[in-house]
Design a protein around this ligand. Structure first.
Ligand code: NAD
Length: 298
């Protein structure tokens, strides 16, 4: 069994770290929030004094942080964990961040003799706790092979997407599809309501017809058809609208940087910007149907 440092024990990282412990590894943990450290130490982890301490004298490091600036500040520089870790340490950043920051950090780690991958995830808090995440992994074949057994402790699907940064590229492309599809499904249900077509009937038909997609069949934005969807729980996240907005912004930054035209991705970003401004912090992204309904009523 390996010694692992885990940094970032929030909604996602907390559950992932428990699965690392359950796989029998020795775990050193660090977070800025003392409460989440106390929670996981109660399950058998050891508290580290800092991110660097968590990365010192371990076989592997896993990070699950909010955004690119947090990942860069934790990994890079004389005070960063790349400087603190021993050569050969396997490093996995599972946060969703911009492609450029991911490449910068993987390059710095590789130059220092580490094996590093960007490994963002699909699947929410429930999948993190259940160990059923999908990992999209960017990095060399060697770094992928070294990280795969640890990712396997936390996920059901581990897919090598390509060179460094490709995991993040896959993640933002996937979530741009998701954002666009959630808006398209929401618009269709609002139109159906106005045409006098029952939501349950539209669901029964479209889930068996060419309109079907995950936003319809697994996460339907109207109450009723899918028991587990946040629509049945007052649109409490779930996957927060603010998180969707973050990913749509990352997709637009990436599209601009390579000159790709993504007009629906851009429009979806604008709609989620408006929706996030007017919603509570923990509003699920599928709640956008209510904003679209209100707009068509005026
Ligand atoms: P979160 O805010 O719950 O957790 C982030 C944790 O990082 C917090 O506990 C915070 O205290 C800690 N942190 C921040 N800066 C730190 C630092 N410098 N040193 C140590 N700890 C630090 O966020 P989350 O929901 O767990 O999401 C984490 C990442 O996973 C994000 O990039 C997010 O986009 C991605 N993601 C989230 C979901 C989801 O459903 N929540 C799904 C897929 C991917």
């Amino acid at each position: 069994m390996a010694k692992i440092g885990f940094i970032g024990l929030g909604n996602m990282g907390g559950g992932m770290a428990v699965n690392i412990l359950n796989a029998g590894h020795e775990l050193k943990v660090f977070d800025l929030n003392q409460q989440v450290i106390a929670d996981i130490c109660g399950k058998g982890a050891m508290a580290a004094a800092s991110a660097n301490d968590a990365a010192t004298d371990v076989d592997a490091v896993i990070t699950m942080l909010p955004a690119g600036k947090h990942v860069k500040s934790v990994y890079l520089g004389d005070d960063g964990l790349i400087a603190a870790a021993k050569a050969g340490t396997i490093m996995m950043d599972c946060s969703t961040i911009d492609v450029d920051s991911a490449r910068e950090v993987v390059t710095a780690a590789t130059v220092a003799g580490m094996k590093m991958v960007d490994a963002p995830v699909s699947g929410g808090v429930a999948a993190a706790a259940a160990g059923s995440l999908t990992f999209m992994v960017g990095g060399t074949e060697d770094a992928f092979a070294a990280s795969e057994p640890f990712l396997d402790n936390m996920g059901a699907n581990i897919i090598h997407a390509g060179k460094a940064g490709s995991g993040q590229a896959a993640k933002i492309c996937n979530n741009m599809m998701l954002g666009i599809q959630m808006i398209s499904v929401s618009e269709a249900f609002v139109l159906a309501e106005k045409l006098g077509l029952e939501a349950e009937k539209l669901f029964a038909i479209s889930s068996k017809a060419s309109g079907q997609c995950w936003s319809l069949t697994s996460y339907c934005p109207v109450p009723g058809p899918v028991a587990t969807s946040p629509a049945n729980n007052d649109y409490k996240a779930g996957f927060a609208a603010a998180m969707m907005l973050k990913d749509l912004r990352l997709a637009q930054e990436a599209a601009i940087s390579v000159g790709a035209k993504t007009p629906l991705g851009e429009k979806s970003r604008d709609l989620y910007e408006k929706f996030s401004d007017m919603s509570a912090d923990n509003m699920d992204f599928s709640g956008i149907i209510n904003m679209l309904r209100d707009e068509t009523s005026t």
